[in-house]
Design a protein around this ligand. Sequence first.
Ligand code: QAP
Ligand code: CO
Length: 185
Amino acid sequence: MMILPILKFPDERLRTKASEVKMVNNEIKTMVKNMFETMYASDGIGLAATQIDQHLRVMVMDVPDSGEDYQLLLKNRENKHNKPLAKKHPLCFINPTITQKDGKEMHTEGCLSVPGYYAEVERFNHIVIEALDQNGKAFTLEARNLLAVCIQHELDHLQGILFVDYLSKFKQKRLLEKVKKTDKR
Ligand code: QAP
Ligand code: CO
């Protein structure tokens, strides 16, 4: 396993639009493992492949204590499981698409590509997402609260969008100046 370097704002490579994964092969599985390791090593709750300069539709997440905020929607009711008491909730999304969204709310976000910066962004509070897991198996997940926010944040990365893009031009300018100053040191 490997901890990979994370691209930092305003790196232009963060603006790349990711491509669909054609097949969940060993190369993709290794990338997913490395993304989890990189995310945990950086104390993150979500990471998109774009952030490690791999432009494929893959994102990983682990929102602590989010057990009550999601449900795997399966056809077979017996398989409908949820582990609300587990602290760790590693989730991998390959070729994700949102199929339902509702209830807009403001949430504070951060980003491993914009370290030390936090801001309020409007997101849907409830979403349904379809994707493939790290084994290439299709699943549907219903998510709320921070988990739903994190999914939308990571989906944006795959389109080359950063949470700071939603802020006022003034705040964006101030952030750029701050980042340029710290980069020089
Ligand atoms: C996206 O972000 C997210 O500034 C994931 O110094 C975050 O994991 C979506 C991090 C919040 C919704 C709400 C940020 C770690 C981690 C930092 C992250 C930092 C260290 C950010
Ligand atoms: Co981010």
